[in-house]
Design a protein around this ligand. Sequence first.
Ligand SMILES: *Cc1c(COP(=O)(O)O)cnc(C)c1O
Ligand SMILES: [Zn+2]
Length: 457
Amino acid sequence: MNPNAVYQKCIHADCGATCDVGDVHVACPVCGELLDVVYDWSKLPVPARLADFAARWAGRANPLDFSGVWRFRELLNFCDDRCRVTLGEGQTLLTPNAGVGRYVGLKDGGLFLQYEGLNPSGSFKDNGMTAAFSHARLVGARRVACASTGNTSASLALYAAHAGMQSIVFVGSGRIAFGKLAQALDYGARTLQIAGDFDACMRRVKEAAKRLGLYLMNSVNPFRLEGQKTIMLRVLEALAWQAPDWIVVPGGNLGNSSAFGKAFGELKELGLIDRVPRLAVINAAGADTLDRLVNQKKLRWNGGQYDKAALAEDWAWQDRTHRLPHTIASAIEIARPVNAAKCLRALSICDGVVRSVSDAEILDAKAQVGRCGLGCEPASAASVAGARRLVEEGVIDRDARVVCILTGHALKDPDATVGYHTGRFAPGKEVEGPRNFANLPVQVDDDIDAICRAVGE
Ligand SMILES: *Cc1c(COP(=O)(O)O)cnc(C)c1O
Ligand SMILES: [Zn+2]
């Protein structure tokens, strides 16, 4: 047992090695598995009731109380206030949405959207970056790096610019949505376009980080997940601390789903909630590794003794068969999710399920979200498409309370949106399927009669 109140610990039950909170590792130094941030709650101040956090809103002139992440700081208490880096992240919204609820097939009032597109860089990633940058400051890092499908690099570049650190991002050539690339460039990140997909970038950034001593900000960094736990705290807060029946979240690298599971596990352990919601993690059909591992290969957390070899075998099978991920939902176009093992734990804590949905389903669901007054990027809509599938299957009851996480803002990937509505997708990003809610722009002559006819008299 580590004597410190906060430390890092290997997640595999057969190892369980620990290291200090101020150490910088991207994997367990003993066995190479993922690390967790672990709290000895008996040595830390923890509020008696979750409702005490909401009271902080009255003190929002303090940036840490304004932040939707640091408002909950006792539950991610790995550094002191001086290290905490914040940009006012987490001012996000949970709203019921009747239109999307009907589309999903739920009874009135059953569907809620947690809109993480409202974050400073336009995606949920800011929840994690604020935490990882705080750890980077704690350890005195100067250069930070990540591999990214787009949003991680946008968020990293923003927080680095804010914190006065140098950022280096690795993106797959031609795979990144333009809104996200634009952000990385604008925020001054050194942007390397690697000839390869996300998984190739991930491999390379780890090598480069080791050789050059860069602080790695991918979600192998356990501190990012600490920040992402607060998405669930805000969901609970918005529901007057009553857990919903289901949380539905898109799955890419599986950092978010892992963080959600950890949050509920800790809240339960602290006695701050008595019921844990069920979790549904939704893959894109073209990047369905988790679906395969859980539903076909029956991989389970197994009390921390998960089958490491099964993961390695799957990766090797992907190599042998030259399987590459492909989906319009670029944020979840990931075939070797680095947090797979932690996600298994989340599925175990939350009695979770995994499904995959097609790109056509994703884009239809996205168009519904837009039409119903929020808007999101393609990956986010996988949650709505997934919820719809699960209601159809009868796994989610029609009278359940369901929260779908909208992970990113609609403006992140305008090409996908315009492609869907016009039928003209960018080369290499074509989506087959019906486009049930396409809203075609109308070509009209510069003539007032023609215009009035087109508007509808
Ligand atoms: C990163 C990202 C995801 C995937 O989240 P993971 O934590 O990697 O599973 C989904 N949607 C958007 C918009 C993202 O940026
Ligand atoms: Zn280990």
